[in-house]
Write a new protein. Structure first.
Length: 393
């Protein structure tokens, strides 16, 4: 078993360092205008030059994080600063309200309606500040985090299209992200505030959006924490719930709370059993908790990030608890993921498959897929496999 785990660790390590990171370093950096191209075809050719702020932030974070935690490679730091300087100059309106998208030169295209432009700017500049020691970057992270906290009850603000007061729902994504975000910038915030934020986020994720009567995490709840029998209220995104569980496992480990870890492992397995396509394999993108037709027409697609985040949660669950179900599922999801998403003829991974597991779009990056889930997942899986290997006799 130990040799098998070591071989798997090497597989994830090699894929990260020899395939995926060189692809983004070589193909994505816009040397003329700054920032990154994310709309890249199968072989890395740019097919659209628009720049999406949350993907810019994710790539700054990714290369800063690897520089901070893995190895002080100058090319990683240079890539992170390259994107960070572009975001600092063009990504916001001057008051750290972060646009959703820009043209190639940095002119705003879509206004700051999306809270995740803010969250990924925060973690980007938090890690970039650590990497460089530049307090200008730290200040951007702090100020943006303050804005997020003010916006968290109405994330879209004046850009919300929902009519207030009729069906007021809150979304799972923000408390889930805040769990992770607080840790990313813990060096910039007061310990007491960090602990309070962690407690609040864990409560929202594990006690509010996780519904024990369903055994599932739902995407939307009423503001008074009730289920809503509506399209949005019935929505389940298995990958989203599973991704949040490895955040919770990390927090449970940090806090010395075995109960949190155990609950997160149980939820991971529940969500995976529920979301697995028994006919074709892979994990559904969206589901309706009552079995009604989902409103999302792409509901049965198989997406890269869903499977990669699931691999992380299963490995962390096995590492922290020794739960054999986690390992059995890991082997099954690993086999599906590497067989279907890894491009055997060109660098980086496919993102979008149809229900049968056939490639729908051969792109390697676009409006929603950038330099984030694949490299982060490879890094997390590699590191966790190394941890497991050290524990194996």
């Amino acid at each position: 078993m130990k040799e098998k785990i070591q071989n798997l660790a090497q597989q994830y390590k090699s894929e990260l360092l020899d395939n995926v990171l060189p692809f983004w370093l070589d193909k994505s950096q816009d040397k003329e205008y700054g920032g990154y191209f994310t709309c890249l075809d199968r072989y890395g050719k740019v097919f659209d030059t628009d720049k999406f702020v949350w993907l810019q932030g994710r790539q700054v974070w990714l290369f800063s994080m690897l520089y901070n935690k893995l190895e002080k490679r100058q090319e990683w730091l240079d890539c992170a600063v390259h994107g960070g300087e572009f975001l600092k100059k063009y990504g916001h309106d001057g008051n750290f309200n972060w646009y959703f998208s820009l043209d190639r030169a940095g002119n705003p295209l879509v206004d700051p309606y999306n809270i995740f432009s803010y969250t990924f700017a925060t973690i980007a500049f938090g890690q970039l500040g650590l990497a460089t020691g530049n307090d200008v970057y730290n200040d951007i992270a702090r100020r943006t985090f303050d804005i997020i906290l003010k916006k968290k009850d109405n994330p879209k603000g004046k850009w919300s299209k929902l009519h207030p007061g009729t069906r007021d729902l809150k979304n799972f994504a923000l408390p889930m992200i805040l769990c992770n975000l607080a840790l990313e910038i813990e060096h910039l915030i007061e310990p007491e505030y960090l602990n309070r934020t962690i407690d609040t986020c864990l409560h929202e994720v594990l006690d509010v959006f996780y519904r024990p009567e369903l055994g599932l995490v739902v995407e939307n709840m009423t503001v008074d924490n009730q289920l809503s029998d509506s399209f949005d209220g019935r929505l389940v995104n298995p990958g989203h719930g599973i991704e949040a569980m490895w955040f919770c496992m990390d927090l449970g480990k940090r806090l010395g709370r075995k109960d949190i870890v155990d609950k997160a492992v149980d939820i991971t397995l529940n969500m995976l059993n529920y979301g697995w396509d028994k006919e074709y394999g892979g994990i559904f993108y969206f589901m309706d908790r009552k079995g009604c037709p989902p409103q999302e027409l792409e509901w049965d697609q198989k997406l890269w990030w869903v499977h990669i985040e699931t691999l992380i949660s299963l490995l962390k669950g096995y590492s922290l608890t020794g739960n054999e179900e986690c390992w059995k599922w890991f082997e099954k999801v690993h086999e599906y993921t590497w067989a279907h998403f890894k491009d055997k003829e060109a660098p980086e991974w496919f993102g979008y498959l149809n229900r049968r597991g056939e490639v729908l779009l051969p792109l390697k990056g676009g409006k929603w897929k950038g330099c984030f889930h694949v490299p982060r997942g490879l890094y997390q899986c590699w590191q966790t496999l190394e941890d497991i290997s050290r524990k194996e006799k």
